[in-house]
Design a protein around this ligand. Structure first.
Ligand SMILES: Cc1cc2nc3c(=O)[nH]c(=O)nc-3n(C[C@H](O)[C@H](O)[C@H](O)COP(=O)(O)O)c2cc1C
Length: 229
C-alpha cells in the first residue's frame, strides 16, 4: 500500500471513532485515496464470495446534478419509489431508540420538536448530500432480498471504517434510496440494478453543529445472549 494512504489509526479506534458526518468541507478526496478505500471495502466477505454489491460514485458535476434532482423531487413532494421494501415505522424499543437518535441530532441543530419548518429543512439536507463532495450509491440486483442485502451492509461498514481510518467522514443514507431512477439514469444502469442505500463522504466540516451529534448504544444485555448450557 502506498505510504501516503496508510491508515492513521487502529481498527479498534476506527470502530469507536466512526460516526455519521452531516456537514462537509468543499474539498475532494484525492482519486488515489478514493480508489484505495474502495479496494479495501472490496475485501468484505459475502455469501459464496458472490460480491453482490455494485457501487457507483458521483462527484463533481454529476454529483451536483443528482443533488439538484433529489432536491427538486423533495421540494415537489414526489413520492419515493424505492427498489426494495423498507420499514416505514418502528415500534416499541426500536421506536424509542429512533426517537432518542433524532433528539440528539435535532438538539445539536437547535431544532425544537414542534418546529416543522426546521425539521423539513433538516430533512432536505439529506438530499443536498450534507454538502459532501462525493456520494456512493450501493446497489445490488433487484431480485436479491434481505439475505444478500446483508453482504451489502457488511461492505458498507468495511468502507466506512476504512474512511474513518483515513480521516474521511461518511454518512450512510437510507434517504437516498428514494429515487433510484435518478441513479440508473445518471450512470446508465440496467433496470435490474437496484439502489439499496447511499453513503455520502468527504472531509468533515467541524463548524457544522450536526457534527457534534453523539448517539448512544444500549447495554449488551439488551441485544446479545451468551449461553453455554
Ligand atoms: C443503512 C443506514 C441508513 C441511514 N440513513 C440515514 C439517512 O438517510 N440520513 C441520516 O441523516 N442518517 C442516516 N443514517 C445514520 C444513522 O442515523 C446513524 O448511523 C445512527 O444514528 C448512529 O449514529 P452514528 O452513525 O453517528 O454512530 C443511516 C445509517 C444506516 C446504517
Amino acid at each position: 500500500m502506498n505510504a501516503a494512504i496508510k491508515p492513521a489509526m487502529s481498527l479498534a479506534d476506527a470502530i469507536l471513532q466512526r460516526r455519521s458526518i452531516r456537514g462537509f468541507l468543499p474539498k475532494n478526496v484525492p482519486e488515489e485515496i478514493m480508489r484505495s478505500l474502495f479496494e479495501q471495502a472490496q475485501q468484505a466477505p459475502s455469501n459464496c464470495n458472490t460480491q453482490p454489491w455494485y457501487v457507483v460514485v458521483a462527484s463533481g458535476d454529476l454529483r451536483n446534478s443528482l443533488r439538484d434532482q433529489f432536491v427538486d423531487r423533495a421540494m415537489r413532494g414526489t413520492p419515493p419509489e424505492p427498489d426494495f421494501n423498507y420499514v416505514s415505522k418502528f415500534e416499541g424499543a426500536y421506536r424509542g431508540r429512533q426517537v432518542e437518535c433524532a433528539g440528539a441530532l435535532y438538539g445539536e441543530m437547535e431544532i425544537a420538536r414542534d418546529d416543522k419548518a426546521g425539521r423539513s429543512r433538516a430533512a432536505l439536507r439529506n438530499f443536498e448530500f450534507f454538502d459532501a463532495p462525493h456520494v456512493a450509491f450501493l446497489c445490488m440486483d433487484r431480485s436479491f432480498g434481505a439475505t444478500i442485502a446483508v453482504d451489502v451492509g457488511i461492505y458498507a461498514q468495511t468502507l466506512m471504517l476504512a474512511m474513518t481510518a483515513h480521516g474521511i467522514g461518511s454518512c450512510a443514507m437510507g434517504s437516498l434510496r428514494s429515487h433510484p431512477d435518478l441513479i440508473r439514469d445518471a450512470f446508465g444502469l440496467e433496470e435490474n440494478i437496484g439502489v439499496v442505500f447511499g453513503i455520502c463522504f468527504g472531509y468533515e466540516d467541524p463548524e457544522i453543529k450536526a457534527n457534534n451529534t453523539r448517539t448512544s448504544r444500549v447495554p449488551l444485555s439488551e441485544t446479545v445472549i451468551f449461553k453455554d448450557r
